[in-house]
Design a protein around this ligand. Structure first.
Ligand SMILES: [Zn+2]
Length: 175
C-alpha cells in the first residue's frame, strides 16, 4: 500500500468525469488499498479516485462507529461505479468538507435518503438504502466522479470566494 498525493482546488482534474470500471482487477484492488491508506492518513471519511488523480469511478469510505466504550470500529467500504437510483424529496443539511478543499466547511442541503447501486470489490452488484451521514457522503463522492464539488451546491457568492482563495494560494505556492 502507498499513500498517494491528494489533488486540491483549483486543480482542473477535479472537473473530469471519471470512467466506469469494467472489471475488478488486481490493479483496482490495489488502487482501493492505496485510497484507504491515503484517506486514513489525511484523515478523511470518503475519497474518490479522481482525488488521487485516477479518473475511475471508485469511492472508498469509512463511517466508523463508536461503541459504548468509545472504541472506534473501522468500517472500510468500497463503491465501484456507484449510482443514485432514487432520492427522497425530504432534504437534510450537513456541514461538509473535502480533502481536496482543505480546511473549508460549509452547510450543504441534499436529499436525506438515497437508494444506491454499486459494484463491490468481489465484482458483485449491490443495492442499498442510505440515510444520515452515509447518504450525504455517498452523494458527495458520486459528485466527484462527475466532476462536481460540494462548493458547487453553495451560493455563487460563497463559491466565488472559496475558488478565489484557493486559486490565490496555489499561485503563491507555485512561486
Ligand atoms: Zn470531496
Amino acid at each position: 500500500m502507498a499513500i498517494r498525493e491528494i489533488i486540491i482546488l483549483p486543480d482542473k482534474q477535479l472537473r473530469l468525469v471519471s470512467r466506469p470500471i469494467e472489471t475488478v482487477t488486481p490493479e483496482i484492488r490495489k488502487l482501493a488499498d492505496d485510497m484507504f491508506e491515503t484517506m486514513y492518513d489525511a484523515p478523511g471519511i470518503g475519497l474518490a479516485g479522481i482525488q488521487i488523480a485516477q479518473p475511475l469511478r471508485i469511492v472508498t469510505m469509512d463511517l466508523a462507529k463508536r461503541d459504548e466504550e468509545g472504541e472506534l470500529t473501522p468500517r472500510p467500504r468500497v463503491f465501484i461505479n456507484p449510482e443514485i437510483l432514487s432520492a427522497s424529496e425530504e432534504l437534510s443539511v450537513y456541514e461538509e468538507g473535502c480533502l481536496s478543499i482543505p480546511e473549508y466547511y460549509e452547510a450543504v442541503e441534499r436529499p436525506a435518503r438515497v437508494r444506491v447501486r454499486f459494484t463491490d470489490l468481489d465484482g458483485k452488484v449491490q443495492e442499498e438504502d442510505a440515510e444520515g451521514l452515509f447518504a450525504t457522503c455517498i452523494q458527495h463522492e458520486i459528485d466527484h466522479l462527475n466532476g462536481v464539488l460540494f462548493v458547487d451546491h453553495l451560493s455563487k457568492l460563497k463559491r466565488d470566494r472559496v475558488m478565489k482563495k484557493f486559486t490565490k494560494a496555489a499561485k503563491l505556492a507555485a512561486r
